[in-house]
Design a protein around this ligand. Structure first.
Ligand SMILES: O=C(O)[C@H](O)[C@@H](O)[C@H](O)[C@H](O)CO
Ligand SMILES: [Zn+2]
Length: 299
């Protein structure tokens, strides 16, 4: 691997940075800080960051085709207007589960917004189990529920031919695949494509590259790993100087750079001293493989 370079581009010390999304139109990286209830937009040209603060934990953000953004806030799918900082509820899930919130979300190639839920944590990865579920918000605002009994609904993405949906429930320590029907948005035939090794710790956010390989951020593992979902083999490990790597996406020029969000919550002050960039946003260049643009929500 020629010359991989890792730099902290935003030393903001997010409590729990998540949901990196490249917005080519503004040369910016969107992201959230879940417990801080903030959506961020980092302009890669001016290096400046802007925030919109919302009224509940915000776990993911996506681009909306009709303008603005969508975000998962608490247990609500919302529209987010960046200019006036307002949000509008599109749909609510898990109304019977007062301690739940959404976690990772991403838009499918047909413009449906997928996101799963989890019980609120008392500490990282410490929570009431089996409380979460996976949902999608269709462009007409209809909500589809796929399954429940989820511990920590996390990374998700689709194969390049749109026929496979990849999904992580963190506490299963597995990256799973389903057959995907893009027409209907239905999933079937769940199987594991990779089981994490002990030192890789907890699988968190995930994205696909142009070669159809999966990149998984390993929470508490301080790394992103590249997996071949066809052979079930790990192809590469890229270590970062902080432990709590939460998610990754490609962006920048031609989607040739990788952005990684990280978290500071759960680290002792001693740990924070040893990794002062914990919670920052990192850029990795020189990986030698590109990613694909994010799909916008079509509703
Ligand atoms: O970043 C996320 O997706 C969650 O909201 C986090 O809380 C971590 O994943 C979790 O603590 C470790 O699994
Ligand atoms: Zn996550």
């Amino acid at each position: 691997m020629s010359s991989i370079k890792i730099e902290c581009v935003l030393p903001e010390n997010c409590r729990c940075g998540e949901s990196p999304v490249w917005e080519a139109a503004t040369n910016s990286l969107l992201f959230v800080d879940i417990p801080a209830r903030k959506v961020g937009r980092w302009d890669s040209l001016s290096k400046r960051v802007q925030y919109v603060t919302v009224d509940a934990p915000v776990s993911s953000v996506a681009i909306r085709k009709s303008g603005g953004y969508v975000a998962t806030i608490g247990t609500k799918f919302c529209a987010l207007n960046w200019d006036n900082h307002s949000t509008a509820i599109l749909a609510t899930v898990d109304t019977d589960k007062k301690n739940n919130r959404f976690n990772d979300g991403k838009v499918d190639p047909a413009g449906r917004y997928f996101a799963g839920t989890m019980a609120e944590e008392t500490a990282p990865a410490v929570l009431e189990r089996h409380q979460g579920a996976l949902y999608s918000l269709f462009p007409n605002h209809h909500v589809e529920k796929y399954f429940d009994q989820v511990d920590i609904s996390n990374g998700l993405d689709w194969s390049l031919d749109h026929k496979i949906f990849y999904y992580i429930d963190s506490l299963s320590y597995s990256v799973d695949a389903f057959d995907y029907d893009l027409q209907t948005g239905k999933i079937a035939n769940r199987r594991s494509v990779y089981k994490l090794e002990k030192e890789e710790q907890i699988p968190d956010g995930m994205c696909i590259d142009v070669e159809g390989k999966l990149w998984v951020a390993c929470y508490n593992g301080g790394r992103v790993i590249r997996l071949d979902p066809e052979t079930g083999k790990r192809l590469q490990t890229v270590k970062l100087p902080v432990e709590n790597t939460t998610s990754c996406c490609f962006g920048g020029k031609d989607y040739s750079e990788m952005f990684v969000t990280t978290a500071q919550d759960g680290l002792t002050s001693e740990c924070v001293m040893k990794q002062p960039e914990a919670g920052g946003i990192f850029k990795i260049t020189g990986l030698g493989v590109k990613g694909i643009p994010p799909y916008p929500y079509a509703g």
